[in-house]
Design a protein. Structure first.
Length: 377
């Protein structure tokens, strides 16, 4: 494994090189005191890992690592720092390894072994034949290629990393400014610490995605980040594209429309209280509701009452405040001769409207119900 060392202190550089030279399968190909010279060499020589001091004159280690990530997406960074344990915890460096000065041989050996293990895994890993699918309906998950037949809940290092990834995914293909991210995710942190938190969290996200083999890339630009899906699919994006391209509902296209209804497994990122996702959540919810109602109405018009009943129950589950779903279920239960369910739906409708809006059911529903009661009696 090839390494570059960067530290403005010559003695520290020489000492770290001496320690690393005694470790198997590890080669130091360069050491630099000047950050600009180090940056050019690293981009040119593409080492497997960079041992980087945080505090250097001019550009500090965090900023240099940020620049490197923009050019070499899969490079490993190990920070060498004189910060105390309290400061290290504040940086949330769970995914980035770090070594405190003065460097201890035993601690360095653990870092080297971890790096070697990851390197061997990356070399022996089999290429993924089919693209992955990221799931955003209800929960944030990775669906592996069909041959794997697995659904993976991503194990994020921190909840902040999960939300930041979801936010970049939300704005996929667009530049998201760093100052916007700092204001949203670290509003009460001073700029320097906030920037460090941002960088380390981005690093965590990249490492997490690499570990599961996702083809998603996050590019660092001067003023922000851009997430690209590349070959990875996104369930909400594909679903919306299929909805927009779907032909009108007919007997021949009904199966396609029924599939589109069932693919909506829950609201957009519904398991998380992300306020920034609410407008998109509502937009997709309304899109699904309009489509599901059209499909359910068509199925009911074909006389397939049990199938229509199932569809309206699903609509009511996702949209318990839609009055029309209660009314349609009342009418379908009436056709099926299920008197108690008609009564229950009307009672549920009255309770929902009273609790949520303090109103009574619409006049045409009250009129239908009265006539139905008269008929039944």
């Amino acid at each position: 494994m090839r390494a570059v060392l960067v530290d403005d202190e010559k003695l520290a550089l020489n000492y770290l090189e001496k320690l690393l030279s005694g470790m198997n399968d590890f080669e130091v190909i360069g050491k630099y005191q000047n950050a600009d010279q180090a940056f050019e060499a690293i981009v040119r020589d593409r080492p497997d890992v960079v041992f980087l001091d945080i505090e250097m004159p001019g550009i500090n280690g965090i900023e240099m690592a940020e620049r490197l990530e923009g050019h070499l997406h899969k490079i490993n960074i190990v920070f060498v720092t004189a910060y105390n344990d309290h400061a290290i915890k504040a940086f949330e460096l769970n995914a980035i390894d770090y070594i405190l000065k003065p460097v201890q041989r035993s601690r360095l050996a653990k870092t080297v072994q971890r790096l070697l293990d990851e390197y061997k895994d990356s070399v022996t890993a089999s290429p993924v034949a089919n693209p992955m699918m990221i799931q955003c309906f209800q929960s944030l998950k990775i669906n592996l290629p069909e041959s794997y037949q697995q659904h993976v809940t991503i194990r994020w290092r921190t909840s902040k990393a999960q939300e930041l990834f979801a936010y970049l995914l939300h704005y996929r293909g667009q530049l998201v400014r760093k100052d916007t991210l700092l204001e949203l995710f670290w509003p009460d942190t001073d700029w320097k610490k906030g920037f460090t938190q941002l960088y380390t969290t981005i690093y965590q996200i990249r490492k997490t995605l690499e570990n599961i083999g996702a083809g998603v890339s996050i590019t660092s630009l001067d003023k922000g980040y851009k997430l690209e899906l590349n070959d990875t699919k996104l369930d909400v994006q594909q679903w919306e594209e299929r909805i927009n391209k779907a032909l009108p509902i007919t007997d021949h296209t009904l199966s396609e429309h029924l599939q589109l209804v069932s693919l909506y497994q829950g609201d957009y990122l519904a398991d998380y209280d992300y306020l920034w996702a609410e407008s998109e959540r509502q937009r997709l919810r309304e899109m699904w509701l309009r489509h599901a109602m059209q499909v359910a109405d068509y199925v009911a018009s074909r006389g397939e009452h049990v199938e229509a009943l199932t569809l309206y129950q699903r609509i009511q589950l996702f949209h318990p405040h839609v009055e029309e779903s209660y009314f349609m279920l009342m009418r379908l239960y009436d056709v099926l001769g299920d008197r108690s369910s008609v009564e229950l739906q009307y009672a549920n409708l009255k309770e929902m409207l009273h609790n949520e809006f303090d109103v009574e059911p619409q006049q045409h529903i009250q009129l239908w119900y009265r006539k139905w009661r008269e008929k039944e009696n």
